[in-house]
Design a protein around this ligand. Structure first.
Ligand code: UD1
Length: 362
């Protein structure tokens, strides 16, 4: 069985790493399974892409489409054209996509139109918010997927509600958590940790990159100023995503507590998260990681496609209302944050389950 594994943007790399490892293990056992790794180039900087390959031991991609930048459609179209060219030259048996980024949707459409099977890892999650490009990517991808690998029973239900045949849905767990658990012992203290006199559990971590939070300067500024003024002088480490950085450059903001740093490598970022008092974020993936590490998490969004991080884990939806944000920070500093537990099958074995299932589907 020849599988194309698609990865394009930062949150894809930790999801494919354990799948590749598991396929390689099987092919060393003389089982007939092989893969081509395709990097669409949606993210291309060393700190958004290259460092993840190095630290997670992901092999060099067989193909790189260099399709970064541009509008949503320019990026999607560039990826589709390149992937179609490749498949016409040399086909595969199955296209495996992960997550919800533009590369996920673009490649699944191309493969399906060439009558190839599509497997979607992290299928079925929904925010029901169509203003997010990721939600559209999820909906389109799941509408043409053949094999749905899910991270939660809620995702299974979302798919069943759409009329998907339950025989095509496989609840396998979370490959992002496979990577987290495997690498936890190797987390690296960032260089700035001591220079900034950071103390374990006495600082916060902040990430923001959603267009709805960062693309309008006044919203971004209001969120940052509120966090800066309500962090009780705890340092707030803010690794700035390139999208956010473009907007921030023109604002000339000065902070008392927020310390801006470049996007961080996987092992350093998760060292920082694990030892923090709390994470404030608009990411989805980070809310899963904080749940597993038991770190309080405030999500700067009004909805989430990962509700189990709230019902089971340490996450709470704060939204973008500034008063809610202040209330959330007060609760944290009063020591009232919930402790949470770990969702079912987030046990480090999801990728093995996926590859075992793929071999049976063959
Ligand atoms: C993308 C994903 C989002 C994911 C996020 C994580 C989609 C629709 N969005 O959003 O789901 O949570 O990645 O990071 O697929 N840029 C650089 N260097 C890079 C990468 C990007 O400078 O290495 C620039 C781009 O040129 C662009 C901006 O950052 O101007 C945003 O990148 P883009 O890939 O469009 O989407 P993200 O906002 O990163």
């Amino acid at each position: 069985m020849k599988i194309d594994i698609i990865a394009g943007a930062r949150p894809n790399f930790m999801k494919i790493a354990p799948i590749i490892e598991s396929i390689e293990k099987q092919s060393n056992n003389k089982i007939n399974i092989s893969y081509r790794l395709i990097h669409t180039g949606q993210h291309y900087d060393k700190n958004m892409s290259g460092s993840f390959f190095e630290q997670l031991g992901i092999p060099k991609p067989d193909y790189n489409f260099d399709a970064g930048s541009g509008t949503q459609s320019e990026q999607t179209a560039a990826i589709m054209i390149k992937y179609e060219e490749l498949l016409i030259k040399e086909t595969c048996d199955l296209c495996l996509v992960v997550g919800d980024v533009n590369s996920t949707m673009a490649c699944s459409i191309v493969a399906k139109k060439l009558n190839l099977k599509v497997a979607h890892v992290e299928a079925g999650i929904r925010s029901f918010d169509l203003s997010m490009p990721e939600e559209i990517n999820r909906m389109v991808t799941d509408s043409i997927t053949d094999y749905f690998f899910t991270t939660s029973e809620l995702a299974n239900n979302n798919l069943l509600n759409l009329g998907i045949n339950k025989k095509k849905i496989y609840f396998v767990g979370n490959t992002m958590i496979d990577t987290l658990l495997k690498n936890e012992k190797n987390f690296l203290k960032p260089e700035f940790f001591d220079k900034e006199n950071l103390v374990i559990k006495k600082y916060l971590v902040l990430t923001m990159h959603r267009p709805s939070n960062v693309d309008e300067a006044h919203k971004l500024k209001a969120l940052l100023v509120t966090i800066d003024n309500n962090s009780r002088n705890f340092p707030v480490i803010f690794p700035v995503h390139p999208r956010t950085s473009k907007i921030l450059k023109n604002l000339g903001l000065k902070f008392q507590s927020i310390i801006m740093v470049s996007p961080m490598s996987y092992l350093e970022f998760n060292f920082l998260v694990k030892n923090s008092k709390c994470v404030i974020t608009d990411s989805g993936g980070i809310t899963e990681e904080t749940t597993v590490m038991g770190v309080p998490c405030m999500t700067l969004r009004n909805n989430t496609e990962r509700p189990e991080t709230i019902t089971i884990g340490t996450n709470e939806l704060i939204g973008t209302d500034l008063d809610n944000l202040k209330t959330g920070l007060n609760k944290l500093f009063k020591g009232d944050w919930k402790s949470g537990s770990i969702p079912k099958l987030w046990d480090g074995k999801a990728a093995n389950r996926i590859v075992d299932l793929l071999l049976k589907l063959n």
